[in-house]
Design a protein around this ligand. Structure first.
Ligand code: HPA
Length: 274
C-alpha cells in the first residue's frame, strides 16, 4: 500500500520538479474568494491541475485549479490556486494530496488561507484571524492508515502546529501596516451545511473562535512532514447569537474578496522575513 502510494506521488513530484521554473521554499494555498492574491504575483508559469499526473481537480464554484510559480515581493513562491474539500466527496488522501508532495518539491513553509464563520463575539465580518491552533472536528484524520516513517512519526506531536515564529512575524508586520489582526482557534468541520445556531454556540463553548470546512487536514499533513505552517481566516459571516444572518456561498465569496487585498498586503510584506 505504501509502495503504491509512493509511486503515485513520485509521478506527480517528478512532473512538477521537471516543469517548475524556480525552486520556491514557500507554498500558499488560496481559499474561497482569495483568488485576487494571484494578481499581485509576478507570474512565471502556471500549470493546470489537469496537466499534473495524479493531481485531483476541484469542483466548487469560485475555486480554480492551477499551480502558479512566481515571485511575491521578490521571493520565490508556489501557489495552489484551488483546493480540495472533504464535502466534495474526496477522501482525506485526495484532500491533502498537495501537502503530501510538499517535501519532495522542496517546500519548507506552507501558508493556508480560508473563509470562516466567526463565533468570537468581538469578531466582525471582514476581520482577518490568524490561526493559533485548531480543533479537528472532521470525525476523521488524514493520517489514518499505514504510516510512512520516512516522512513523519506515527503519533505526531500537535503542541505547535501553527508556527509561533510566523504568528509573531504576522503580528509585527500587521502592526507596521496598520492591519488589524485577530488571533484564535479554528474548528474544522466537514460541511457542506453551514452551522445551526446551536452548533455555532456549541463550537464557541468548545473553545473555537471561527469555523470552516478546510485547512485542518492540510495543516495536519504538512505538520506531520515537518513543514512550518501559517494559516489565516477571513471572517465572512458570524455565528454569534443575534448576529447570525441568512448567509450562503455567494456572501462568503463577496466578504472574502473584500478582505483579499489586506491579506495580500500582509503576506507580501511577510515574505522576505519568512
Ligand atoms: N461555517 C462553516 N464554514 C464556513 C463558514 C461558516 O459559517 N463561513 C465560511 N466558511
Amino acid at each position: 500500500m505504501l509502495e503504491e502510494k509512493r509511486k503515485i506521488i513520485a509521478e506527480t513530484v517528478d512532473f512538477i520538479n521537471r516543469r517548475k521554473p524556480i525552486s520556491p521554499k514557500i507554498a500558499i494555498v488560496l481559499g474561497s474568494g482569495l483568488g485576487g492574491v494571484t494578481e499581485e504575483i509576478e507570474k512565471i508559469d502556471e500549470i493546470s491541475y489537469k496537466e499534473i499526473p495524479n493531481f485531483p481537480v476541484s469542483t466548487v464554484q469560485g475555486h480554480k485549479g492551477t499551480l502558479i510559480f512566481g515571485k511575491l515581493n521578490n521571493v520565490d513562491v508556489m501557489i495552489f490556486n484551488g483546493r480540495f474539500h472533504y464535502y466534495e466527496g474526496y477522501s482525506m488522501d485526495v484532500v491533502t494530496y498537495p501537502q503530501q508532495i510538499l517535501n519532495d518539491i522542496g517546500i519548507k513553509t506552507l501558508i493556508l488561507s480560508n473563509a470562516a464563520g466567526g463565533m468570537n463575539p468581538t469578531f466582525k465580518i471582514g476581520d482577518i484571524m490568524l490561526i493559533r491552533d485548531h480543533i479537528n472536528f472532521f470525525g476523521t484524520n488524514p493520517l489514518i492508515g499505514p504510516n510512512d516513517d520516512e516522512l513523519g512519526p506515527r503519533f505526531p506531536n500537535m503542541s505547535e502546529v501553527y508556527s509561533n515564529r510566523l504568528l509573531s512575524l504576522a503580528h509585527s508586520v500587521g502592526e507596521s501596516l496598520n492591519i488589524h489582526l485577530q488571533e484564535g482557534v479554528y474548528i474544522g468541520v466537514t460541511g457542506p451545511t453551514f452551522e445551526t445556531p446551536s452548533e455555532y454556540r456549541m463550537f464557541n463553548i468548545l473553545g473555537a473562535d471561527a469555523v470552516g470546512m478546510s485547512t485542518v487536514p492540510e495543516a495536519i499533513v504538512a505538520h506531520h512532514r515537518g513543514v512550518e505552517v501559517f494559516a489565516l481566516s477571513v471572517i465572512t459571516d458570524l455565528g454569534i447569537v443575534g448576529k447570525i444572518m441568512d448567509c450562503g456561498h455567494d456572501e462568503v465569496l463577496q466578504a472574502a474578496a473584500k478582505t483579499g487585498p489586506k491579506i495580500v498586503e500582509l503576506i507580501y510584506n511577510m515574505m522576505p522575513k519568512i
